[in-house]
Design a protein around this ligand. Structure first.
Ligand code: HMG
Length: 389
């Protein structure tokens, strides 16, 4: 049986137009700025305005990469989020309407913390492998990470969405099988329905992340006989870059210095965007992939290893091969320009943004026009329904 080439053909990304400088946050919280910059490994964080939510961010990420042909040929839309707007209705349906995607598509939402989008990507792979008449699947991860003003997790907040067009003969990354995955009921991070901020056992969550990495990497090696030297780059779920760096150090502890240096160099390129956006939860690993693709010049056919982790918890290690046109195909979104045009907020302004909330009592509400550069915005709430434009 011939194994079909299936994987990521295009990557879109959106992050809000506002950010917080973490050196200023450190000053306001009376913390040494080096704790945030070096100890956590973050420089800036995206701040979500009231006229953006996970639906608009998802649509803003996907609209940049989809052609009219793509819209007609997509027959599955999978929306991954842990900060969804509805307990029942899938975010995928809003995005399908806003973008004008083929109605003869299966559209649904998945959740497993930051692992959700990887579950969606592997489901997209299986869908294309099982249905020879299916051409394209749209996978989206969209989240806002909120821990609370002056909490330990505050420095790791962020917001953004990643859109992946998954096809046969993709131009960016062919996914390889098998992967290795591990799941266990762990209370390291969670968000009960009544809370709009997450609960985290900070240090314990980092230990679980590294434990899951160890398990899935060894299972992956057992399944595939792969060695670290087979990989040109290793990518990680990035709640903050220091934890990814710890993951890299754990995996490469016994590698020769030249290999450690080469992988560290790629890791640095793969985390440039994450340093400035913060944790976007489920999209974070794929923002790191985009950062690598746009800032590195690895040769085509290089193998990339990816570690996905979602608290709760599920981990997966999988791999992909960079395609001959990956450098051109991964430039559809100008992330540098998107980051450069953001407006910096003072700490007090960020706190005001953070504390602004949509009504939860069903009252009619009109959202002011805030995001100047976004194609999609939340306009208001009427009769318990969010109105988008
Ligand atoms: P904390 O208590 O503020 O930080 O919490 P700390 O005291 O542990 O310090 C952090 C690091 O800064 C330490 O380095 C310090 O030594 C260093 P490490 O020991 O880790 O190598 N440090 C300094 N470095 C340089 N100069 C200085 C200085 N001072 C201290 N002056 C924590 C940090 C990440 C725990 C907190 O921010 C938090 O709870 N964040 C939220 C939870 C989180 O992100 N967990 C990650 C794993 S779980 C995950 O990835 C899933 C997730 O994305 C959710 C999902 O799946 O949906 C979160």
């Amino acid at each position: 049986m011939t194994i079909e080439k299936i994987g990521i053909d295009k990557i879109g990304f959106y992050t809000p137009e506002f950010y917080l400088d973490l050196a200023e946050l450190a000053e306001a919280r009376a913390v040494d700025p080096n704790k945030f910059k070096i100890g956590i490994g973050q420089d800036e964080q995206a701040v979500l305005p009231l006229d953006q939510d996970v639906i608009t961010m998802a649509a803003n990420a996907a609209v940049q990469i989809l052609s009219a042909e793509d819209l007609a040929e997509i027959d599955e839309v999978i929306f991954a989020t842990e900060s969804g707007i509805d307990q029942s209705k899938a975010g995928a349906l809003y995005v399908q309407r806003l973008l004008g995607i083929n109605p003869r598509a299966r559209a649904f939402e998945v959740k497993e913390a930051c692992y959700g989008i990887t579950a969606a990507l592997q489901t997209a792979y299986d869908h294309l492998a099982a249905h020879s008449d299916s051409q394209k699947v749209l996978v989206i991860g969209s989240d806002v990470a909120r821990y609370g003003v002056a909490t330990a997790g505050e420095v790791t907040q962020g917001a953004g969405a990643v859109a992946l067009l998954v096809t046969r003969h993709p131009r960016v990354l062919v996914l390889e099988q098998p992967s290795a995955y591990f799941s266990e009921d762990v209370m390291d991070f969670w968000r009960p329905n009544y809370s709009d901020t997450a609960f985290a056992k900070g240090k314990y969550s980092t230990e679980q992340y590294l434990r899951f990495l160890d398990i899935v990497w060894h299972d992956y090696q057992t399944k595939t006989a792969a060695q670290l030297s087979d990989f040109a780059a290793l990518l990680f779920h990035i709640p903050y870059t220091k934890l990814g760096l710890k993951g890299l150090r754990q995996l490469t502890a016994n590698s020769v210095t030249a290999d450690q240096t080469a992988l560290l160099e790629q890791f640095t390129k793969a985390t440039l965007y994450n340093r400035r956006v913060g944790n976007i939860y489920t999209g974070s690993l794929y923002l790191s992939l985009l950062s690598l693709l746009q800032n590195s010049s690895l040769p085509a056919n290089s193998r990339v290893g990816l570690f996905s982790y979602g608290s709760g918890a599920v981990g997966e290690f999988f791999s992909g091969i960079l395609q001959p046109d990956y450098q051109v195909a991964s430039q559809l979104v100008d992330v540098q320009a998107m980051l450069a045009q953001r407006q910096r907020l003072a700490v007090t302004e960020y706190e005001a943004f953070f504390n602004q909330k949509l009504p939860t009592d069903g009252s009619k509400f009109s959202v002011p026009f805030i995001s100047q550069h976004a194609q999609f915005r939340l306009r208001g709430i009427n009769e318990h329904q969010r109105i988008y434009e």
